[in-house]
Design a protein around this ligand. Structure first.
Ligand code: GTP
Ligand code: MG
Length: 200
């Protein structure tokens, strides 16, 4: 899929203020610093469409980016970010869960996980919560450039084993990506394209 336009539309903390209309959207969620905003820039081929930072907690709002004037990519704050106060953490969690529960235009969420780490309860529990609420999702492994091919393969296999021996009968759709190397770009965009097509 060719990305011919990518435009920032709006940021807010309230799902009710997200763009009106029926355009389908795809949201990126995961721990702070996992690479959600970087992935949006990689997918759209824009250097700084979404704001990124080496310090966790950069994205604090629901951000809508309109792609090819026909669908949205949505950048969300990270969950489980420890350095904000407890009250603002609870507020974060609330507007993120409200977004997933209430946003009718959301056709697929992508849960991002850092491929270097073992499965973390915060991520697998979030996936289970999505499943329990019948919200379709895929998994995007990030930062694949940081591992050698063997280690990469081993970690993916371990993740798959963990999920399929746990809550899931089969592995959800998954993608192996590196935002710095552009890896996985075509696969993620093709997947989005196929869903867009199925909705026409
Ligand atoms: P929050 O907005 O804080 O929740 O973080 P985020 O998930 O949006 O992460 P962000 O995209 O800001 O990236 C965090 C850090 O990881 C930055 O320093 C990025 O340059 C780095 N990073 C993201 N993706 C990759 C990747 O694929 N490879 C490498 N090597 N670094 C990456
Ligand atoms: Mg971010």
């Amino acid at each position: 899929m060719i990305i011919s336009s990518a435009d920032f539309v709006v940021s807010n903390q309230d799902v009710k203020k997200c763009p009106n209309g029926q355009l389908p959207e795809y949201a990126f969620i995961g721990r702070s610093n996992v690479g959600k905003s970087s992935l949006i820039n990689m997918l759209t081929n824009r250097k700084s469409l979404a704001k990124t930072s080496g310090r966790p907690g950069k994205t604090q709002l629901i951000n809508h980016f309109l792609i090819n004037k026909s669908w949205y990519l949505v950048d969300l704050p990270g969950y489980g970010y420890a350095r904000v106060s407890k009250t603002s953490k609870a507020k974060f969690q609330k507007f993120i869960t409200n977004y997933f529960l209430q946003r009718k235009q959301l056709v697929c969420g992508f849960v991002l996980v850092d491929v270097r780490h073992e499965p973390q309860p915060i991520d697998t529990e979030f996936m289970e919560w999505l499943g329990a609420n019948a919200i379709p999702f895929g998994i995007i492994f990030t930062k694949a450039d940081k591992l050698k091919p063997n280690a990469l393969e081993r970690n993916i296999a371990a993740y798959q084993k963990h999920l399929t021996e746990g809550a899931w009968e089969e592995m959800p759709p998954y993608f192996i990506t590196s935002s710095s190397k552009g890896m996985g770009r075509d696969e993620v965009l093709e997947y989005i394209h196929s869903i867009n097509e199925s909705l026409r």
